[in-house]
Ligand binder design. Structure first.
Ligand SMILES: NC(=O)c1ccc[n+]([C@@H]2O[C@H](COP(=O)([O-])OP(=O)(O)OC[C@H]3O[C@@H](n4cnc5c(N)ncnc54)[C@H](OP(=O)(O)O)[C@@H]3O)[C@@H](O)[C@H]2O)c1
Length: 305
């Protein structure tokens, strides 16, 4: 296959490496050439371009089989979300329609589920996020589902949970730095996935996924925040973080969701995570950290990022 990964960053590079190993020809696009050497060393052919510039999208390589959009707005606000996700996707649909693409995959987010009752959600659950950024992701998804429905682009969507892996994992890093806080009683559910499992999920979706479908990409076991900290404490002996103060708690509460996301639909495609739960995933990350940076020992304060 000739594959183009647009926004070939943390996840995109892991996917690209995997596809190159599988004998595919992979192009990876970013805005700057700063990461070109990293892509080249992974066997990915670097391209520069900006998804928000239709002219750049019109100049993409020919004869592509699979296209993946893993562009990230880098935690920007609504303006960046609109430009990068919604308008970027519109440009891509316009540029790629009727070009014989076999599959187009887009990484949306489980943050589109605004549920707060702690129950399980699958892909048929309403996606009604409280915030504007979440609504922009839903609008982006709808553009792609409409393009798939009308036969313009065989697009499918992965709703990805919180990604962790080498150098990533916000709550884990806060914990290690001694800066983590418990929100409320810590009962809020966390849904997570290891970066390498996002890459394998995208691979399976490209091979076997159906256009117009949505697949949740998350591991097998949502964990409450307190149980996550308890497990980290059992591994690193740094205790349970203190409760957040009232002001922070009130601020967070407004946009906070509370739900358990199921991956059954993706599993039904044949996907099996290498790291079925946070335990296997973070145990692996801790082993790697200890090998590379021996400072990660129980009771020591280590800067991971
Ligand atoms: N992180 C999470 O927990 C999480 C959760 C759910 C879903 N997701 C989604 O998963 C996907 C992959 O995330 P990631 O962590 O791999 O992101 P990432 O590391 O930030 O990579 C994104 C890449 O996109 C490129 N990029 C940014 N703006 C661009 C633009 N306008 N045109 C072209 N390229 C652009 C960046 O490179 P340059 O800056 O050089 O252009 C970067 O290489 C994203 O779609 C993200 O929204 C992430």
């Amino acid at each position: 296959m000739r594959v183009l990964i647009i926004g070939c960053g943390y996840v995109g590079t892991a996917l690209g490496e995997r596809l190159v190993r599988g004998g595919h020809t992979v192009f990876g696009l970013r805005r700057s050439i700063a990461g070109a050497a990293e892509l080249s060393s992974a066997g990915i052919q670097p391209l520069t371009g900006d998804v928000t510039r239709p002219a750049d999208m019109a100049a993409l390589p020919d004869s592509l089989d699979w296209v993946v959009n893993t562009v990230s707005s880098s935690r920007g606000g609504a303006t960046e979300y609109r430009d990068v996700y919604l308008e970027g996707t519109r440009s891509l649909i316009a540029a790629l329609s009727s070009r014989g693409i076999r599959r187009f995959a887009y990484t949306s987010s489980t943050s589109v589920y605004g549920q707060t009752d702690g129950g399980w959600v699958d892909e048929s659950a309403p996606a009604m996020p409280a915030g504007e950024t979440g609504r922009l992701l839903v609008e982006t998804e709808q553009q792609l589902l409409s393009a798939a429905g009308s036969g313009r682009l065989p697009a499918l969507i992965l709703r990805v949970a919180g990604i962790y892996g080498p150098g990533r994992g916000h709550l884990f890093q806060q914990y290690v730095r001694g800066e983590a806080c418990l929100n409320g009683d810590g009962s809020r559910w966390l849904n997570m996935i290891h970066r390498d499992d996002v890459a394998s999920a995208l691979h399976v979706a490209l091979e076997s996924g159906h256009p117009g479908e949505i697949y949740n990409a998350t591991d097998d076991e949502p964990v409450s925040q307190i149980d996550f900290f308890r497990w980290l404490d059992s591994q690193l002996k740094r205790g349970i973080p203190p409760a957040a103060d009232e002001i922070e708690r009130a601020g967070r509460k407004r946009g906070v969701t509370h739900k358990r996301v199921t991956n059954q639909k993706l599993r039904a495609l044949g996907w099996r995570p290498t790291f079925p739960t946070f335990r296997e995933g973070y145990a692996s990350e801790m082993r790697l950290e200890k090998e590379n940076r021996p400072g990660l020992k129980p009771g020591r304060s280590t800067q991971l990022d």
